[in-house]
Design a protein around this ligand. Structure first.
Ligand code: HEC
Length: 158
C-alpha cells in the first residue's frame, strides 16, 4: 500500500511537470515572431525593399525628401509634358542617366537657355537639337541652380 502511494505521488509530480513544460512551450511558440522587427521598419518607410537591411531606411527617407522636392519642381515647370524621368522618349529625350551623360554646369546652362548653348556651337547640344528635329526646348532662365540640382536628384533616383 505504501509503495502504491509513493508511485501515485511520483506520477502526479511527473504529470504536473509535463503540463508545465507543455504550457511553457506553447507560450514560447505563440510569442515567437522573427518578422516583427523588420515589419516595423518596413511600415515606417513604406518601402518593402528595405526588409533585409534595417539600417537603410534612414538614408532612404533623407534621399526621397529631396527627390520629392525635385519631382514637384519637375512637374510644376512642365518638364514632364516633354520628358519622362525614365527612359521613355516623349517630345524630348527620357532623362534617365542624364547626370552620367552631362556634367552639372552643362545641365544648368542647357536648362537656363538651350538655344544659347546650341548657338555657341557645343557639339553635344547641336547634335541633340538636330536629332530631335530642331524642336526648341523652352528656356528656364529664372529657375535657380539649386532647384535644377533637386530635379537632377529626382531623376538620379529613378
Ligand atoms: C516643350 C517641350 C519641352 C519642355 C517643356 C522641356 N524640355 Fe527639355 N528638351 C526638349 C527637347 C525637344 C529636347 C531635345 C533637344 C532639343 O530639341 O532642343 C530637350 C532636352 C533636354 C535635356 C538634354 C537631354 C539629353 O539627353 O541630353 C535636358 C537635361 C532637359 N531637356 C531638361 C529639361 C527640364 C529639366 C525641363 C523643365 C525645367 C525641360 N527639359 C522642359 C523639350 C522640352
Amino acid at each position: 500500500m505504501q509503495h502504491i502511494r509513493q508511485l501515485q505521488l511520483a506520477l502526479s509530480i511527473l504529470l504536473v511537470a509535463l503540463l508545465l513544460l507543455i504550457i511553457c512551450g506553447a507560450v514560447l511558440i505563440l510569442n515567437y515572431n522573427p518578422g516583427a522587427g523588420a515589419q516595423v521598419a518596413t511600415n515606417a518607410t513604406g518601402n518593402a525593399d528595405q526588409t533585409s537591411n534595417p539600417a537603410a531606411p534612414v538614408t532612404q527617407v533623407a534621399m526621397s525628401a529631396e527627390a520629392k522636392q525635385g519631382e514637384t519642381i519637375f512637374n510644376n515647370n512642365g518638364c514632364n509634358a516633354c520628358h519622362s524621368a525614365g527612359a521613355d522618349v516623349l517630345v524630348g529625350p527620357g532623362l534617365k542617366g542624364i547626370t552620367q551623360r552631362r556634367d552639372e554646369k552643362w545641365l544648368v546652362d542647357w536648362i537656363h537657355n538651350s538655344q544659347k548653348l546650341i548657338a555657341s556651337g557645343d557639339k553635344y547640344a547641336v547634335d541633340l537639337y538636330n536629332k530631335y528635329n530642331k524642336t526648341p526646348m523652352p528656356s528656364y532662365e529664372s529657375l535657380p541652380a539649386e532647384e535644377i540640382k533637386l530635379i537632377l536628384t529626382y531623376i538620379d533616383g529613378k
